[in-house]
Design a protein around this ligand. Structure first.
Ligand code: C5P
Ligand code: C5P
Ligand code: ZN
Length: 442
């Protein structure tokens, strides 16, 4: 296994070797504590070399990358606290890029620094700002006095229970900067109001959640006016969160009852979309025997899922479960213990799909899954049969999940169910539908 520090130094050399080839550097980072802290570290370091423009976003999509490409051209773009799941597309689209991230990743080559690729777990051992820090150290050694930003990112991403792996190394290296007490950390070289690590991290999180990311960046570099303003914003955010939380606590028994047969606590809400993350993080501390899935119904569905280390050790991987559950009707993914998604579809349908996947991971209850495959003469027939079946399945049968699609001349129907009787009935129904679709075609 390659060494992560060595890779960070290599990426710094790549930066220096190509510096003369671009006029400007674009930083694209994630809109939470970790992403804002990463962006600040990169801004401080890279603006010593070239003009820097920052963009803080809640998520990237293929479309985001296409738009970005038009703006960036052949300049350098640095992705922090995001980008891993798009590494191939990024490699393909951008001439000069660097990804500094900690989200789950497989088979990524190229200019990427991600703890998962070096034998560490990105959910616990290093944050996105930590990855940015390892890179920046090679370009601007004095960045060490800002090492608190790498640790704030870790706190924001809940990697402080306890600090471990590379996070712990950064703390040890920062002698004279940090003082640990329990899960929290005392930061010596910042403004008085920001010395409590948990509080500092919460301020940045509030800035991100309430779309004040530039204010967050200013707070990172100790701008006094910005700190004052951020404190006000934080209070407002905290009140909103408190209100939502109180509502759930009043309905605790109802939530437990509604989810009795489910693998997780599915909690539907009308609160702001960007509060699902913070709310789910709070709720998993209260409802901690099963995962917590908070779903905001404003516009399309915005979903935040949180688990516990105990559940992860039993096989839970929320990132994988969400990725499967969205099934082409949105985007989802993330860590084993914390993940999120957007879903363009019915809430009940999504809950059923996700419930099934989590049950499968935790090996709960009786689950049966089957696949019917038909090989047709040509693509056209296969896709028209698939379409015909899809219409029939608009309303999935209770506790049964059906997916139909065609791939070239092959038509596939997947049936998932929690009861063998239903499973058999659905298969029978599907076969009848296929038969009639075929007859119609003739
Ligand atoms: O995208 P990102 O990695 O920054 O998402 C982090 C989110 O996941 C945070 O909201 C944090 O609460 C949650 N998380 C967690 N436990 C972990 C890692 C992350 O709850 N070990
Ligand atoms: O939005 P939330 O804080 O719940 O996101 C938790 C985690 O899920 C983050 O690591 C985020 O990057 C990831 N996520 C994702 N795809 C989405 C939404 C969130 O990978 N569509
Ligand atoms: Zn992060």
């Amino acid at each position: 296994m390659e060494n992560i520090q060595k890779k960070a130094a290599e990426l710094a050399s790549f930066f220096l070797n190509n510096l003369s080839k671009f006029d400007k550097i674009y930083i694209v980072s994630h809109k939470d504590t970790d992403g804002i802290a990463a962006c600040a570290l990169l801004y401080i370091t890279l603006s010593r070399y070239k003009k820097v423009e920052t963009r803080i976003v809640s998520q990237i999509y293929t479309e985001t990358l296409n738009k970005l490409k038009k703006i960036v051209g052949d300049n350098l773009v640095v992705f922090s606290d995001l980008g891993s799941s798009f590494c191939e597309e990024i490699e393909e689209k951008f001439k000069y890029y660097i990804i500094l991230d900690h989200h789950p990743v497989k088979n990524c080559k190229g200019n990427i620094l991600n703890p998962h690729l070096f034998g560490y777990n990105g959910a616990y051992d290093l944050s996105g700002s930590g990855a940015a820090y390892l890179f920046c150290k090679n370009l601007y050694p004095e960045i060490k006095k800002y090492s608190y930003l790498a640790i704030l990112g870790a706190i924001g991403d809940k990697q402080n229970d306890p600090f471990q792996g590379l996070n712990l190394e950064i703390i040890k290296e920062g002698k004279g900067i940090f003082e640990r007490y329990g899960k929290n950390i005392f930061i010596k070289n910042v403004e008085d109001d920001l010395k409590d690590g948990e509080y500092f991290s919460s301020l940045l999180n509030a800035c991100g959640t309430l779309d004040k990311e530039n204010l967050g960046l200013q707070v990172c570099i100790q701008n006094k006016e910005a700190i004052k303003e951020a404190k006000k914003i934080y209070e407002k955010y905290d009140r909103e969160l408190d209100r939502a939380l109180k509502h759930f606590l009043e309905n605790k028994d109802k939530i437990i009852e509604e989810n009795r047969k489910r693998s997780a606590y599915f909690i539907l809400t009308n609160t702001k979309r960007n509060l699902t993350g913070p709310l789910s993080t709070l709720l998993i501390k209260i409802f901690n025997d099963k995962p917590v899935i908070v779903i905001s119904k404003k516009d399309n569905l915005k979903i935040s899922a949180r688990g516990t280390k105990e559940l992860v050790s039993q096989g839970l991987h929320l990132g994988e479960a969400l990725k499967i559950a969205v099934n082409g009707k949105g985007e989802g993914g993330g860590h084993d213990i914390a993940s999120g998604a957007i879903y363009h579809g019915d809430a009940e349908e999504f809950i059923e799909r996700l419930d099934f996947e989590i049950k499968k991971q935790l090996k709960k209850g009786f689950l049966i899954e089957g696949e019917l495959m038909f090989d047709y003469e040509n693509e056209k027939i296969a896709s028209s049969v698939a379409e015909a079946i899809d219409v029939d399945n608009e309303k999935p049968l209770k506790a049964t999940l059906i997916e139909t699609y065609s791939n070239r001349n092959i038509f596939i129907t997947k049936v998932k169910s929690e009861s063998i009787g239903t499973f058999k009935n659905v298969i029978d129904d599907v076969l009848v539908c296929i038969k009639s679709a075929e007859i119609m075609k003739e």
